[in-house]
Design a protein around this ligand. Structure first.
Ligand code: S3P
Length: 182
């Protein structure tokens, strides 16, 4: 069994918050794909999008995903678009377990409305967008993307429980997959 967990989901779904807690609890290593890309390139994701374009970012993302996945006993928080590429999906499916952290457009809006570091979200939540329009635009993109997220092995609705309970439940799922002696 390949002990790798890939956390997928829309921007602002809690991948980077929940990932380190899961890793700590299991005694595994944690990687945030966007952060590893930023360290490698010595540039922010936003700068890579601005200076090199999204296509270039997606190429780097696939390479770094495969590099990190050389290790075992790891939790990886993906970017919100990583799973869209079929090659990335196939790679992750044969190298670990993908968990989709599902959340609503309202929650995403609340978490991201004041953040400016996500190029794709910046183009949606422009300066004077109203709350209703912001949520509607997120909902439209979420609808387009959900079919990709639903390719995950496990779908977990994180709006149902407080973070602590979510973490406990996901740990149980992981332990069931890999057995107690992870
Ligand atoms: C993206 C999500 C971002 C980051 C990049 C593109 C996307 O990651 O990879 O801005 O296409 O949804 P987070 O999901 O961690 O915000």
């Amino acid at each position: 069994m390949k002990r790798r967990i890939y956390l997928t989901g829309f921007m602002g779904s809690g991948k980077s918050t929940i990932g380190p807690i899961l890793a700590n609890t299991l005694g595994w290593d944690f990687f945030d794909l966007d952060k590893v890309i930023e360290e490698k390139k010595n540039k922010k994701v936003r700068e890579i999008f601005d200076e090199e374009g999204e296509e270039s970012f997606r190429e780097i993302e696939s390479v770094v995903l495969k590099e990190i996945s050389q290790k075992e006993k790891i939790i990886i928080s993906l970017g919100g678009g990583t799973i869209i590429k079929k090659d990335n999906l196939d790679f992750m499916k044969s190298n670990g377990v993908i968990i989709y952290l599902k959340t609503s457009e309202e929650k995403i809006y609340q978490r991201l409305r004041f953040k400016t570091d996500r190029p794709i979200m910046n183009s949606i939540l422009t300066e004077n967008v109203s709350t209703a329009d912001g949520i509607k635009k997120i909902s439209e993109l979420l609808t387009k993307r959900e079919k990709y997220y639903l390719n995950a092995d496990v779908v977990f609705d994180i709006d149902k429980y407080p973070v602590g309970v979510t973490v406990d439940k996901i740990i149980q799922i992981i332990k069931q997959r890999y057995g107690k002696n992870n």
